[in-house]
Design a protein around this ligand. Structure first.
Ligand code: GLP
Length: 229
């Protein structure tokens, strides 16, 4: 695991954006949340100067809430449109997000996992870090062998993600790719910024490997870079 520390969120975002752009052409695993917003901003700015920046890119988002559609401002689908998809020349048929409104969510999970496999698996996966160590929506207790599936969110995760939901009404369930799906990526880049992540970063640094701390699964991967600010 390679650790890189930055003096500011801006510097971290700039470096993350460069890593993303340098990996193109690629199959990318993409995160949501507050942390990667600066990375996306810089990627979009850079791509406005380059013709066909995302023409040879396929993306798979890590997760999506169950029961809300792309029209809901709290959905990760809306997030991705706002922060990336609407601003780059990524072919929408190459931009994959689990469908949280699918009538059969288990079937949707199988379809999504198969779709990732059909592209040859994830190339570079960018991850955020939950305060409780979650990656994607793989909450503490998740087996490292897990694949794409429906999960129940912890109360602390729902509180942490309440900002985009009216009355703080965050969905209880979500679809997430599994820890094994993430570990199959050729390369993994984890972004963590701010005081609220300090404890999780220290725990990851300690080297402890435990299902109680999902991000610790990354110690079993040969090519992980952690960017911290
Ligand atoms: C959500 C997402 C995660 C993300 C986490 C951290 O729970 N499902 O993929 O890593 O939030 O978000 P933030 O960057 O806003 O702290």
């Amino acid at each position: 695991m390679i650790w890189q520390s930055f003096d500011s969120y801006e510097a971290l975002s700039e470096h993350a954006a460069q890593l993303l752009l340098q990996s193109i052409p690629a199959v990318l695993g993409l995160p949501t949340g507050r942390t990667p917003i600066g990375m996306y901003e810089r990627v979009v700015a850079e791509c406005s100067r380059q013709y066909h920046c995302f023409r040879d890119v396929v993306t798979f988002n890590l997760d999506e809430y169950a029961g809300i559609s792309c029209e809901h401002p709290g959905s990760y689908c809306a997030y991705m449109r706002q922060h990336l998809f609407d601003h780059v020349d990524l072919d929408r048929k190459n931009a994959h997000i689990p469908d949280g409104t699918a009538p059969d969510l288990d079937a949707e999970c199988t379809r999504y996992e198969n779709e990732i496999a059909a592209t040859g698996g994830l190339g570079v996966t960018f991850l955020g870090l939950g305060q409780n160590g979650h990656i994607g929506f793989n909450e503490p207790g998740t087996p490292f062998t897990s694949r794409t599936r429906v999960v129940e969110l912890t109360q602390s995760t729902r509180v942490a993600n309440a900002a985009l939901f009216e009355d703080g009404h965050v969905p209880t369930y979500a679809i997430t790719i599994g820890i094994a799906t993430i570990l199959d990526s050729k390369r993994i880049v984890l972004l963590a910024s701010g005081e609220s992540k300090r404890a999780a970063i220290e725990r990851l640094k300690s080297g402890e490997v435990s299902v109680d701390f999902p991000a610790s699964a990354l110690h079993g991967h040969a090519d992980v870079t952690v960017l911290v600010a």
